[in-house]
Design a protein around this ligand. Structure first.
Ligand code: APR
Length: 233
């Protein structure tokens, strides 16, 4: 692709929708059944840890039962074959990018399959439940929480994301509504760094006006076509 060496891709819940994982703000979205204030803030965890643990135990089970789709596989192929810089910044807590084979992935909102011990700060790959208060494998304390970035908390690895955006020639956003910052602001940062910007989404998003081009449709159809385009030019 002319003049494109460094690519940053932002993914959201829409890329995993066709793998059976619910998005957040659709009519059947997660935030329809749960109030953010009850399950996705540090205050909620202090107030009712059982409710929060139960919510994420169920999401962890859904992630384990899901399979990558054609969009995840196409990005894994791009990761494999692109010899320029590439960073897949995902807001998703599922591991479908990695299970499809992608390596250059950064989880800015944490991971469902990770538990964080508040006593010794260790993080552990976790596929079981946390509701029953298992002890931390490192320190034994019963002090583990889901390793998820909740509202009001700082997303992970922001420095690494900002420096990749500053070097980007192409910024692509896939399956996100542009409702949540700082992720929703990445397109403007990429633009001000001179990058071309492309959106691949089922519907127009809150940030569509910031993109040079928006292609609307399901990720499983749009992403493989786009990857083929990038790798064949
Ligand atoms: N293919 C492509 N896009 C899709 C598909 C699909 N099959 N299905 C839905 N979408 C699009 C929707 O049009 C919508 O714009 O995905 C987007 C999903 O938006 P949200 O539900 O708001 O999810 P997301 O943008 O990832 O949310 C951002 O908010 O709740 C917090 O921390 C949570 O990471 C999450 C963040």
């Amino acid at each position: 692709m002319d003049g494109v060496r460094n690519i940053v891709i932002l993914t959201g819940a829409g890329i995993s929708a066709e793998s059976g994982l619910r998005t957040f703000r659709a009519d059947d979205g997660l935030w329809e059944d749960h109030r953010v204030e009850d399950v996705a803030t540090p205050q909620a965890f202090r107030r009712d840890p059982g409710l929060v643990q139960r919510f994420y135990d169920a999401r962890r089970e859904n992630v384990l039962a899901a399979e990558p789709n054609a969009a995840h596989r196409a990005l894994a192929r791009l990761d494999e074959e692109w010899d320029g810089e590439l960073l897949i910044v995902t807001q998703n807590i599922d591991d479908l990018h990695e299970r499809a084979g992608a390596k250059r992935v950064l989880h800015m909102h944490g991971q469902a399959l990770s538990a964080w011990c508040l006593a010794c700060d260790a993080r552990h790959r976790w596929t079981g439940t946390l509701l029953d208060g298992p002890g931390c494998p490192a320190c034994g304390e019963v002090a583990m929480r889901p390793d998820i970035v909740w509202f009001g908390e700082m997303p992970y690895e922001m420095e690494r994301i900002f420096s990749a955006l500053a070097r980007a020639d192409l910024f692509v956003s896939i399956g996100t509504s542009g409702a949540v910052y700082p992720a929703a602001g990445f397109v403007q940062q990429a633009r001000s760094a001179g990058a071309r910007t492309l959106e691949l989404n089922l519907d127009r998003s809150q940030g569509s006006q910031w993109f040079d081009e928006s292609r609307l449709g399901p990720a499983s159809a749009l992403v493989p076509l786009w990857v083929e385009e990038v790798l064949s030019e």
